[in-house]
Design a protein. Structure first.
Length: 229
């Protein structure tokens, strides 16, 4: 899952970025509202963390213009403590949640997980597909109760596939949601990672959990009974 952090205080921005990367998200950072809005329009983020007081374009104007284009990406606003009016304004303009500064990173991470669940059909912190489970709090994956060791990117890829079960995902969509800004989309890295992931989760028998869709990309499917009488 890929997150955009819009925060002008460099220290705070890098603290949030580091924490989110440890939670295995792909993270981009913008230091003002104008640059943030441009990035948010160019890329398909899964969640946006937005400071209110920003140069060039403040958080309220950002959320108003962003929602004005019909974009439904979840937005978590970082507000100053004790300013009820700011929180009300932010929520009314289309923010999904707010977190007063200063905050503990664990709370920010929990709110991000909650926002990601809202836009997904899966409401639990544990994602499932057949006998494969992925715990999004502990970042552990299991197949048949046996733990699977995954690298950061393998985990991110599996999380994205499992959150979008039954959707056909193009390679460019997968790239958008699993890798951050600097990534070269021309490479065949998605196929390389899918191959490694299939090997790790033991996905070699048809029908596979991760299925190839010719000419498009991949989809994760629940195994179905072959003959239902
Ligand atoms: Ca600020």
């Amino acid at each position: 899952m890929r997150i955009l952090v819009i925060e002008d205080e460099k220290k705070v921005a890098s603290f949030i970025k580091r924490g989110l990367m440890e939670e295995l998200y792909a993270v981009d950072v913008a230091h003002d509202g104008e640059a943030g809005l441009q990035m948010a329009r160019e890329n398909d983020y899964d969640c946006i963390i937005l400071d209110v007081m920003l140069p060039h374009k403040d958080g309220f104007t950002f959320v108003q213009e962003f929602r004005g284009t019909g974009n439904t990406t979840p937005v978590l606003m970082l507000t100053a403590r004790g300013t009820t009016q700011d929180r009300v304004t932010g929520l009314d303009l289309g923010a999904d949640d707010y977190l007063p500064k200063p905050f503990h990173f664990e709370e920010l991470a929990a709110r991000v997980r909650s926002l990601l669940r809202r836009s997904s059909t899966e409401k639990s912190t544990v994602l499932r597909c057949g006998d494969l489970t992925l715990d999004t709090v502990t970042h552990r994956a299991y197949r048949n109760d046996k733990e699977i060791e995954l690298t950061t990117k393998e985990y991110s890829l599996l999380e994205y596939l499992m959150r979008n079960k039954d959707r056909v995902l193009s390679r460019s969509l997968i790239t958008q949601h699993v890798w951050s800004y600097s990534f070269d989309t021309e490479s065949n890295i998605i196929d390389v990672y899918i191959k490694r992931l299939r090997k790790k989760i033991g996905d070699d028998d048809d029908p596979r959990l991760i299925q190839s869709v010719r000419g498009v990309g991949y989809t994760m499917r629940e195994p179905r009974e072959k003959d239902v009488e």
